[in-house]
Write a new protein. Structure first.
Length: 482
């Protein structure tokens, strides 16, 4: 145990023999009661010694049938504006900071799923992981119900901005450098990272970005009052009073779907436009995706599901930022005429993530700050995941190098006792660390990884070894432009 005195109060943390962990620091007041659906409010100081030895509440959610994790610590609660800190040291020089934004399809997930200890110790850095509102409580557009609810479609984004402000103001007391912050995330968390590039209130709060398997924020906010009124069998005018009177679980059970939107209040520009507009004022970006993203959703099975055809259209439209996907889907079928329904669905998932990260990296390089592109190809080698290949989220154990900690509660698709897997995890984590430190992923001991550009299209391929290859996406790039 370690008690730390800070400007906000004393906190008791965990001494893990190499790193210190401080769990469950409140950065925002409870967004409950009359504060439901409103912008978050900064938390205050505390009097007694705060117990920072247990994982905090995570956002209200139902457990996903896609979740492969046997256990996630922390209770689900509407009161969820907490963060966790892991630091390699509390004294001496200030260290680079990574702020982690979890995924979960915009309706689930939590910071508590991640084990940040190995990366913190390996990189001599501070890692902050965030819990924030998701689903209806985080992304329901209620702007038509009054000025107080302007920006409600991006409340989850506003939570992250508030957390970044907390980090800016307080992370030095945990050994972190507030002038060297990397914002990073995976899946819907990566989409939020990219969306924050188009959020004026986030400017200056982070200095580099990492986006693993992201999609693009481009869609305008959509009022779902009619849909909710139909579900509740009430008039649209009664939707807000009804939502304010419902329990948090009842709201989650509405089972509405969400994406990050350009609402005009919090997020004011689409991602790609924001990268271009910022130009040299922008920030370096490290981004990429996995070879077999879609197997997380198909479980690697060939057979089709009733919803695949309709979902393929939706995913392809998302990939093309709202444009018609008809030509792309036809071209994909021509290119893979013998693909099973399951395999075809996987291909669409793969392309949705791949096109976004490729475009974001290319634009970041063209704008000036630089974009680095990777592809994770190393197939899962645990028997449970034998059909998954390099699935969505399978790179996370390498990003945080929890491969080096077989006892970790974090999800892994790969055998942590395999020497090759351990070596690749060590090498990939070293790239992440170098980027967080310096804003570029190269060091003397590492093969040079060029920026991704339209001219060269150099990409880091992560497989049984790390290597630079040119334009691995040529075939699919041609499909996207059909």
């Amino acid at each position: 145990m370690r008690v730390l005195s800070t400007r906000l109060g004393k906190i008791r943390g965990l001494d893990n023999g190499g790193v210190f962990s401080f769990l469950g620091l409140r950065y925002g007041a409870p967004p409950t009661g009359s504060q439901r659906f409103l912008a978050p409010i900064k938390s205050s100081s505390w009097r007694d010694v705060l117990d920072g030895t247990h994982f905090p509440n995570r956002s209200m959610q139902n457990e996903s049938d896609l979740s492969l994790r046997p256990f996630v610590p922390g209770n689900v609660s509407e009161d969820c504006l907490f963060l966790n800190i892991t630091t390699s040291a509390l004294t001496g020089k200030l260290r680079p900071v990574m702020v982690w934004v979890h995924g979960g399809g915009f309706i689930g997930g939590s910071a508590n799923e991640y084990d940040t200890q190995v990366l913190s110790e390996q990189g001599d850095m501070v890692i902050v992981s965030l819990n924030f509102r998701v689903g209806t409580l985080g992304f329901l557009d209620l702007s038509s119900h009054g000025d107080a609810y302007q920006g409600s479609a991006c409340n989850g984004i506003r939570d992250i901005i508030l957390a970044l402000q907390w980090v800016r103001d307080n992370i030095d007391e945990y050994g972190g450098d507030p002038q060297n912050i990397t914002l990073a995330g995976q899946s819907s968390g990566a989409t939020k990272v990219l969306a924050l590039l188009g959020a004026p209130d986030a400017e200056g709060l982070f200095h580099k970005a990492i986006a693993n398997s992201a999609t693009c924020a481009y869609y305008p906010a959509q009022d779902q009052s009619e849909k909710i009124a139909e579900k509740l069998n009430i008039n649209c005018a009664d939707v807000l009073p009804a939502l304010l009177s419902m329990s948090a679980q009842e709201i989650v059970d509405l089972e509405l779907r969400y994406r990050i939107t350009v609402d005009g209040t919090v997020v004011t520009r689409p991602t790609f436009e924001a990268i271009q507009d910022r130009g040299n004022r922008g920030i370096p970006l490290l981004t990429g995706s996995n070879l077999n993203e879609g197997t997380l959703y198909t479980r690697g099975l060939d057979n089709g599901q009733d919803h695949y055809s309709e979902f393929n259209i939706s995913l392809a439209s998302e990939m093309l930022c709202g444009q018609s996907p008809d030509n792309y889907l036809a071209a994909l079928k021509e290119t893979y005429p013998h693909a099973s329904p399951g395999r075809f669905h996987e291909l669409v998932w793969n392309d949705m993530f791949r096109r976004t990260v490729l475009e974001a990296a290319e634009l970041s390089t063209a704008a000036g700050p630089g974009g680095w592109l990777y592809r994770f190809d190393l197939p899962a080698n645990l028997p449970r995941f034998k059909n998954y290949g390099a699935s969505h989220a399978s790179e996370m154990a390498f990003t945080f190098n929890t491969i080096a900690k077989p006892s970790s509660h974090a999800l892994t698709f790969h055998d942590p006792h395999d020497p090759m897997v351990r070596q690749i995890a060590e090498q990939w984590a070293s790239r992440i660390i170098q980027f967080c430190k310096s804003g570029q992923p190269n060091a003397e001991a590492l093969e040079h990884w060029p920026r991704y550009s339209r001219a060269s299209r150099d990409c880091l391929l992560i497989d049984e070894r790390l290597k630079i290859i040119s334009d691995p996406d040529l075939t699919h790039r041609q499909l996207w432009s059909r």
